[in-house]
Design a protein around this ligand. Sequence first.
Ligand code: AMP
Length: 358
Amino acid sequence: MPSSSIIPPGATIGILGGGQLGRMTALAAARLGYRCLVYAPDEHSVAAEVAAGHVRGDYDDAAALARFATQVDVITYEFENVPEGAVLECEKLRPVRPGVKPIHFAQHRLREKDFLRKLGIGTADYQPIRSAADVTAASALPGILKTCTEGYDGKGQARVTDRAELAAAWERLGRRECILEALVAFQCEVSAIVARGLDGETRCFPIGINSHRDGILRTTTVPADLSAETLATAERFGIQLAQGLDLVGLVALEMFVTPEGAVLANEMAPRPHNSGHWTIDACATSQFEQLVRAICGLPLGSVDVLAPSRMENLIGDEANGWPRYLAEPEARLHLYGKGKARPGRKMGHVTYVQRSAR
Ligand code: AMP
């Protein structure tokens, strides 16, 4: 049920998904006077804990989705693996922003790369791996073999140097449909987070430089110490993507920058992104507020950087270091209220905001 009308403060936003991105969206929405209702299957949702309510249901439970949708004015999602069917069910009753198109591409790495290329956005060489014949003919080597679906934070991936390793890795991944991407010897990784409003206006947050370990984002630093040309290309790719998706909401595009200055897109996420958490403490508008503004048809906010900053993820038991972060004057601590600190689990983040000279 698409609608072009403004959804004013006081209305209720539905969020599909109950994790930390939903939590930070609900907190930003509350600041602007909105209520949030979270739809998530689990009993414990860190988003629902800070929202007005929680509808529990599976993503294929049409009745529960309808009960959720009829209680809200607009719906968004906080993770891109929400099944397309759930979004389509919700769309029968309320506008879902961004809609089904972004997740259609974001949920499948081959579709995603083909779409990026079609939009004129650079990527590394890649090829589908669907059969033993594809393995024998593979040329994007050395490379990274990734399952087309259900991989995140480096899961469902294997680095391979030759066809023998590729064959073994494909076996280990259960001979599933995969994409083989040429290994990029990058100088750094960056991301562009772009908001697109109901009126088609786009705004890109300043590009951040990201570092990863074991496939998981560790830090984002802003401003990015890169040439004006590289930054402009990264920003342009992000905006081309938001426009190509006809998206109302947010999209993040992760990219590699090569030593020669080429910018190659890696993957997209049509939602707030971990590499945009610095915006809460060091940007005029946070990415979460920007999402709320976009999906409610409000004017987009300023993306001015307030101070140089570095965001560090707190993964697993790193979050136990909270007393230390609280004692540091430059540190802004965010904990997600998750129970158990399992290895690899994102428990919180801390943003170091450079203090201005007094
Ligand atoms: P992904 O799950 O695709 O985001 O990959 C996780 C991380 O693995 C990326 O942020 C990179 O650090 C690394 N990576 C993924 N694809 C490539 C590639 N084609 N070349 C080099 N590094 C990659």
